[in-house]
Each structure stands twice: as structure tokens, then as C-alpha cells.
Design a protein around this ligand. Structure first.
Ligand SMILES: Cc1cc2nc3c(=O)[nH]c(=O)nc-3n(C[C@H](O)[C@H](O)[C@H](O)COP(=O)(O)OP(=O)(O)OC[C@H]3O[C@@H](n4cnc5c(N)ncnc54)[C@H](O)[C@@H]3O)c2cc1C
Length: 463
């Protein structure tokens, strides 16, 4: 496999941009005609593609690109895959069910205004998102099966409808959801309790919405295993390498990256994982690729070269070991249980239970711990639905952030610079959409026929 050319700062003829100067040159008439377009058949095999970010989006995208014959390098500023949003994911794998997500509570005024304006233009997006999420669940299942991935998966997704008012709100939407191809069913409380026998018999429950195809899975474990499969296809991962800037000239994209290994990280001479992390010189380097896919969540705002009005969606997570009692084998959830009224998701991950909630929106740069880090509410919610189901030792608690666009939709498709592609901001269902988004985008990047119409999710809508 030929390695990408390294354009260093050694004073050769190619122009090198300073960090502040890394702006795309004005596109030439020729480059305007062919931004991000398909190459002629056959040319795809030699495409060198950089993926920025090694979360779920980056790992799945790298895998799909390599499966289509691209030479892929993944740049990740951390030391491994799935260390940020993909680490804390509440494990819910769900098709997108429009109008079911709880409204985002506290959000800065500017973001609320953007959201209000964006929703007016949403158009076909709900149907496209529903189709993408169906594709995604099918792709996740296919990868699990074909590659033997074991990510502590469990099948089953129920949404709690505790009173008649919530049942009525679901009833009026049921037919529209079915018309979108969603396999959803309103089931009686008794049936819900049969499917989730660990449910508190005293917790009021009028009915539940059963979402076929939904369930839970350990997103981080999935990403780690898919990374190994990607390596087999020749993908190389460059950890501790931060991408600082991009510039595109219509024939390729130059990526400026900075390798800053911690003292104990592999170095040129003593690589721990040969063939995985490419040896590289510490410090700033420029390197040229045919195309670049930004999969770096909140970090994309600084790199995309276009206005990306993203915000950070914060959520609080509690993970605790399941209490295993021979006399009470049904303790805890079997799969995924969502309580939209409390804004809680409760999932089974192997022998653990994860509860997530307390959504809040902040700015991308926000670094303070939120005032809403209310772990107690999560513990109370778990106790309400699945009492006594977890041990209170080895409980992990944390707050995580992921990118969200004002309309809550992913940014999937070509960026404004030629050769630049985005797979960003899947909001609250990034795990559920990761495999489908990666598969669909990889085909676009490689000039293959489209699997779905994803025009309503294009990043151009925010430009
Ligand atoms: C608390 C929580 C619960 C969630 N629950 C669910 C759920 O139940 N179901 C669901 O479907 N989704 C859920 N999600 C959403 C889902 O986890 C995310 O959408 C998904 O993990 C995002 O993946 P990503 O790869 O885009 O981002 P990340 O996992 O954040 O990966 C981005 C990577 O880019 C790297 N990076 C950033 N900038 C640079 C740079 N300049 N150079 C190099 N590397 C860079 C970062 O280090 C990071 O590793 C949840 C998210 C959170 C936070």
C-alpha cells in the first residue's frame, strides 16, 4: 500500500499555510465544477482518505471506506477509539421515531432561536432520518453477524407510557410512524411487564410503545472490535495526533496534524502495535489526501471551513453492576427501557445497568461542570422502574457531551470545500445511526450509487 505524500514544512514548492492562515483558497472554476464528486470507475481503488476522529462515527466510516477499497488513515487526538461521546453512550439502539424525543430543556437563548428557525425548514428530514436509522440497525446487525462482533447486545425497546394522556399522544401518531416504515406497536401494561419482568409492579404504567428492531449494545466495545476489523482491511490509526487545520485546492485536501505522544506512548522505535499506529515524527506535519471525512464531533467546528452552528448536548450517566440473585433472576431491565416523561433511558449492558438523563444544551467551548449534574434523579428513576436491581459498589458516574445541530439532525454529506466530507452531530441517537450513516457516506465519498436520499441531512443546509 502506498503511503500518502508527506508535505512537510521543508520549503518545497507547495504552499504551506500557517495555523491562522489555514483557509481554503478561493475555488477555481474547475474545482467548483467537481466538489466531492465521484471519480471514474476504477479510480476509487487508489483513493487515499483521512478520517478525523476515532469515535463511533470515525471507526465505522473508516471501516466502510476501506471495505470499498480506499486507503484510510484515522487521526485521533486521544490514545484509543471511542473515548469521548462514544464512551458514555447510554447503549440504546433505536430507530428514529419522530416527535418522541423529549424537548431539550435548558438551552442558551441563541441556540433556542436557531432551533426554532431550523425546525421551520426541516422538510423531508423526518422521513429520511427514519430511513437512515432503519438502514443503520440493519447494517449494525449485519456487521455483528458477518464479523462476529460481540457487544453485549440485547433485543427489545419499550417506551413507558405511564398515563392515559401519554397513551393518547402516541395513538394519534401511530399510523404516521407506520407509514414511515417504522414497526411500532402500542402494547398493554401487562404485556410490557411480561417482556420486562423486572419492572416495579407498583410503578404506574398505562401502556408501552414497543419499537421493533430496537435494543441495547455496548457502543465502545463495538467500536473497539470494528477497529480490529478495519485494521485487517488496511486502515491505520494515528493516535495522539490532533488535526489542526485543513485546506483544499480542488485536487486534494491538505491536512495539518500535530503528533504529541505522552511520555508512555509508542514512539518511532518502540511501537506497541505495529501496523496499527503509523510511526511519525512529533510536531506539526502537513499531509495530502484525496478526501477527508470529519468525524470529530464538537471538534469539527474549528476545522470545517464553514459555519457550523453546533452546540453541545450534555447528559449525565450512572452505570452500576446488576444485582445477581438466584432467587430473583429477573432483576433489572432485559434490554432498553425509555421513560420520556422523566427524560431517562435505562439499558442493560451485559451484567451492568446504565441510566442516562438530565439533558442540557451548552456552548461548544463550555467547560464548567453543569449545574444539572443530578445523579440522584437518575438513581431515583432506576429505583422507580427497577427497584433493587443494582449494587451500589463500583458505580460509575459521569457527564458527557456530544454535538447537536439546531434542527437535531445529523450533518451527513459533502462540506463546502472540495474533498471535504462530514459525518457529524447525530444528536441523541448517534449509536443507532452510526453504521448506516457510515455506510451511506462512504458510498458517496467513493462515488458509488446512493443507498438512500439523504439530501435533507446535508451539511449545506446550515451553510
Ligand atoms: C451521555 C450520552 C448518552 C448517549 N446515549 C445514546 C444512546 O443511547 N443511543 C444512541 O444512539 N446514541 C447515544 N448517544 C450519542 C452517541 O453516543 C454519539 O452520537 C456518538 O457516540 C458520537 O460519536 P462520534 O464519533 O461522532 O463522537 P465521539 O465519540 O466524541 O468521537 C469524536 C472523536 O474525535 C476526536 N477529535 C476531536 N477533534 C479532533 C481533532 N482535531 N483531531 C483528531 N481527533 C479529534 C475526539 O478525541 C473523539 O475521540 C449518547 C451520547 C452521550 C454523550
Amino acid at each position: 500500500m502506498s503511503r500518502p505524500q508527506t508535505g512537510t514544512t521543508s520549503g518545497k514548492t507547495r504552499r504551506v499555510y500557517t495555523t491562522h492562515e489555514l483557509r481554503p483558497p478561493t475555488p477555481t472554476a474547475r474545482s467548483r465544477q467537481r466538489p466531492n464528486q465521484a471519480r471514474p470507475p476504477g479510480a476509487a481503488l487508489s483513493r487515499r482518505i483521512a478520517v478525523v476522529g476515532a469515535g463511533l462515527a470515525g471507526v465505522t466510516t473508516a471501516y466502510e471506506l476501506a471495505a470499498l477499497g480506499a486507503q484510510v488513515q484515522v487521526f485521533e487526538r486521544g490514545g484509543s477509539v471511542a473515548e469521548q461521546a462514544s464512551f458514555a453512550c447510554s447503549a440504546l439502539l433505536s430507530p428514529a421515531v419522530p416527535a418522541l424525543s423529549t424537548d431539550l430543556p435548558s438551552a442558551p437563548l441563541r441556540f433556542r432561536l436557531r432551533r426554532w428557525r431550523a425546525r421551520g425548514k426541516a422538510g423531508d428530514a423526518s422521513a429520511q432520518l427514519a430511513a437512515l436509522s432503519q438502514l443503520s440497525l440493519a447494517r449494525t446487525a449485519a456487521l455483528r453477524q458477518e464479523l462476529g462482533l460481540e457487544d453485549e447486545a440485547s433485543q427489545g425497546l419499550l417506551l413507558a407510557l405511564p398515563d392515559a394522556k401519554r397513551v393518547a399522544a402516541v395513538e394519534v401518531r401511530l399510523e404516521a410512524w407506520k407509514a414511515m416504515g417504522l414497526n411500532v406497536d402500542l402494547i398493554e401494561a401487562g404485556e410490557a411487564r411480561l417482556r420486562e419482568p423486572g419492572l416495579n409492579p407498583d410503578a404506574p404504567l398505562a401502556a408501552a410503545l414497543a419499537v421493533a428492531g430496537g435494543g441495547a449494545g455496548n457502543a465502545r466495545l463495538f467500536a473497539q472490535q470494528l477497529r480490529q476489523q478495519a485494521r485487517r482491511l488496511g486502515v491505520t490509526f494515528r493516535f495522539h495526533t490532533t488535526v489542526r487545520g485543513l485546506s483544499s485546492d480542488g485536487t486534494g485536501v491538505t491536512l495539518r496534524h500535530d503528533y504529541t505522544p505522552p511520555a508512555e506512548a509508542p514512539t518511532r522505535g518502540t511501537e506497541r502495535e505495529p501496523g496499527d499506529t503509523l510511526p511519525q515524527a512529533p510536531g506539526m506535519q502537513d499531509e495530502r489526501f484525496d478526501a477527508i471525512v470529519l468525524c470529530n464531533g464538537l471538534g469539527a467546528v474549528a476545522l470545517a471551513g464553514q459555519r457550523l452552528p453546533l452546540a453541545a448536548l450534555q447528559e449525565v450517566t450512572v452505570t452500576a453492576p446488576l444485582r445477581l440473585l438466584e432467587a430473583h433472576p429477573d432483576l433489572g431491565p432485559k434490554a432498553a427501557w425509555v421513560d420520556p416523561a422523566r427524560g431517562l433511558t435505562i439499558t442493560r449492558i451485559g451484567q451492568r445497568v446504565r441510566v442516562t438523563g438530565g439533558l442540557a444544551v451548552t456552548g461548544v467551548q463550555h467547560r464548567q461542570p453543569p449545574a444539572t449534574a443530578d445523579y440522584e434523579t437518575l438513581h431515583r428513576g432506576l429505583q422507580h422502574w427497577f427497584p433493587g436491581s443494582v449494587l451500589h459498589q463500583q458505580v460509575q458516574q459521569g457527564i458527557s457531551r456530544r454535538a447537536v445541530a439546531p434542527d437535531g439532525l445529523p450533518l451527513l454529506g459533502a462540506g463546502t470545500q472540495p474533498g471535504l466530507w462530514l459525518n457529524l452531530s447525530p444528536g441523541g441517537s448517534g449509536w443507532g445511526q452510526a453504521c448506516g450513516a457510515a455506510q451511506a457516506l462512504a458510498r458517496q465519498v467513493m462515488g458509488e450509487s446512493a443507498l438512500l436520499d439523504l439530501s435533507a441531512l446535508s451539511p449545506q443546509r446550515l451553510a
